[in-house]
Design a protein around this ligand. Structure first.
Ligand SMILES: [Zn+2]
Length: 257
């Protein structure tokens, strides 16, 4: 697994400084047919739970932002790989945080798409949904030399058009089975409510955890509390790809064309 990750990292590092169309078609999948070969995870279907026993997946939406580096320090200190569903034109703007995106990726976390602009995709035209995905793909290609095949819809908004677009584009759609609602509790007096909600939904069998790295209390308080609870229960915090048993070389693709 580590070797595969290293190889993918090497490939994507090379493509970051060279022209993507020059990438050998046999190295990374160039089209959806090839992409689906090694992945047992369905495309265009909503997934809200891990399939690998004993794992849970912490996920952080809406970044990158000013608190993301501090979160990465905490995750590193806890040896806890996580998944970041990032925006393009979000709070921080992805081009202003290219070093943070590269650090997320370099430190063994997983990057996913949260669309370019964080609009609710449900109700949008097919063309608009595709643009929300492909605009961010172009930013990812510039920053890490490839783009993710995992996405989380903003507001978990999905309709038939969205499902079709994600099927056509080749995206795994990730919802959550534990919703911390950390955005409602972003103060020192309230954040315990999110930790309690996390515990209750963990008790109920939830495994994919939704939080946001754009909120300070999530980073300085909630994350360590959740990681401590995960360890105490003998669970293993992993990325979305690992919690679904998807090989790491299936998490990104180099080019759509
Ligand atoms: Zn969001």
């Amino acid at each position: 697994m580590a070797l595969i990750h290293f190889l993918v990292a090497s490939i994507l590092s090379v493509t970051a400084v060279t022209s993507l169309p020059l990438l050998n078609a046999t190295v990374l999948p160039q089209n959806q047919t090839a992409l689906t070969v090694g992945s047992a995870v369905p495309f265009g279907a909503v997934i809200d739970r891990c399939s690998v026993p004993g794992t849970v997946a912490l996920t952080f939406d809406d970044g990158p932002y000013m608190f993301t580096p501090a979160l990465l320090d905490i995750l590193s200190a806890n040896s806890a790989p996580c998944t970041f569903f990032v925006n393009g034109g979000g709070l921080g703007g992805i081009y202003n945080y290219q070093d943070v995106i590269q650090r997320i990726w370099r430190e063994g976390h997983q990057l996913g798409s949260h669309t370019w602009g964080h609009s609710n995709l449900a109700g949008m035209s097919y063309e608009a949904v595709v643009s929300q995905m492909t605009d961010l793909e172009q930013a990812f290609v510039q920053i890490i030399g490839g783009f993710p095949v995992y996405m989380r819809p903003p507001y978990l908004g999905v309709d038939g058009v969205v499902l079709q677009a994600m099927t056509d584009l080749g995206y795994h759609i990730i919802h959550a089975s534990i919703d911390t609602k950390d955005y409602e509790n972003d103060s020192p007096d309230l954040i315990w409510k999110s930790l309690e909600k996390f515990r209750a939904e963990l008790n109920a069998g939830g495994t994919i955890i939704l939080a946001h790295d754009v909120h300070q209390m999530t980073v300085v308080s909630l994350v360590q509390g959740m990681l401590d609870e995960i360890r105490e229960r003998g669970l293993r915090p992993v990325t979305i790809g690992d919690c679904l048993g998807d090989p790491r070389d299936e998490w990104y693709r180099a080019s759509r064309w």
